[in-house]
Ligand binder design. Structure first.
Ligand SMILES: Nc1ncnc2c1ncn2[C@@H]1O[C@H](COP(=O)(O)OP(=O)(O)OP(=O)(O)O)[C@@H](O)[C@H]1O
Length: 285
């Protein structure tokens, strides 16, 4: 995961970055990039153990954007923490390219909703970006190039020398995303990343997310409470329900690309897919 390994994921991402269009999906029969098989997670043990995740099975192909939706407290953040190697699974398996996740994987970067707590207020934007890269032991020129590229991708080149507290909430969240990009992960995992910003900034950040997928060839997994956002962003939406949590359904989002905030959301198919996801969430357990 971000900043936890000396392994450099650069080579993989460079190859994906050569094109600026969405990468081809994985060939049939190839391992999914991310595979969750019969995952269960309980907190605590013995009589006080609490089973949060009962049995989750789904996969994410390379270059896909997959959104996870479900009621509050169902275990979405718990799932992401398991995938990021921060919590051990109680049962089942999680794999990246067929390899079992048993600790923080170097291929994953995680962006949380609460950017104000994840950025270091005493460091400039550039130094915040450099912090997770320090274990990679890269030459100074490479570090600078990564920072410049990541800040350019999120439209914050001008803010490199500023401190997080000098920036708006939306800008701080873009810094948090740039920090993940500078690490060049193969898989970007975001937990309600746009929940605390205004509607216009939210639209901009959603489009930024799609540009990152297209331009950097990343596989992206996003937890969101916003059904419209899930349908707008995703190739597939994984709907969680029941307690302990299970996958109610994986909804294929059949909308044209590239997506556009105005024309995509105006499509009758968009409304139909939103209704489909909403009906699943509202369905009595
Ligand atoms: N470290 C922990 N120890 C014990 N219980 C926990 C822990 N973390 C989360 N839980 C419990 O697990 C359940 C799922 O929490 P989680 O944060 O994963 O849900 P969520 O779907 O992300 O919720 P929300 O949508 O409200 O953010 C909750 O009942 C929560 O209280």
């Amino acid at each position: 995961m971000i900043a936890t390994s000396a392994q450099d994921p650069h080579a993989h991402v460079e190859s994906a970055r050569r094109g600026t269009t969405r990468p081809e999906s994985a060939p049939r029969g190839a391992e999914p990039r991310l595979d969750v098989a019969g995952l269960g997670k309980s907190y605590g043990s013995g009589a006080t153990a609490k089973e949060v995740i009962g049995d989750l099975t789904f996969s994410v192909e390379a270059g896909e954007v997959v959104c996870i939706v479900g009621p509050s407290g169902i275990g979405k953040t718990t799932l992401l923490k398991c995938l990021a190697g921060l919590h051990p699974a109680s049962k089942g398996e999680m794999r990246i390219d067929g390899r079992t996740i048993s600790g923080p994987p170097p291929e994953i970067a995680l962006v949380f909703q609460d950017y104000s707590r994840s950025l270091m207020p005493w460091l400039t934007v550039e130094k915040n970006l450099l912090l997770p890269l320090r274990h990679l032991r890269l030459p100074r020129t490479e570090l600078r190039a990564r920072c410049e590229e990541a800040l350019e991708a999120v439209g914050l080149t001008h803010a490199a020398g500023q401190y997080p507290w000098q920036l708006s909430g939306g800008m701080q969240q873009r810094v948090a995303i740039a920090r993940a990009l500078a690490y060049r992960p193969e898989i970007l995992i975001m937990d309600e990343p746009f929940a605390s910003v205004d509607a216009q900034t939210r639209f901009d950040l959603e489009d930024l997310c799609l540009r990152i997928r297209d331009g950097f060839g990343m596989t992206i997994l996003v937890v969101t409470h916003d059904i419209d956002e899930a349908v707008y962003l995703a190739d597939r939406v994984v709907v969680l329900g029941s307690r302990p949590a299970r996958v109610l359904q994986v909804v294929d989002v059949d909308l044209p690309s590239p997506r556009d905030q105005i024309s995509t959301r105006a499509l009758p198919e968009f409304a139909a897919q939103r209704t489909e996801v909403l009906a699943l969430i509202k369905r009595p357990a």
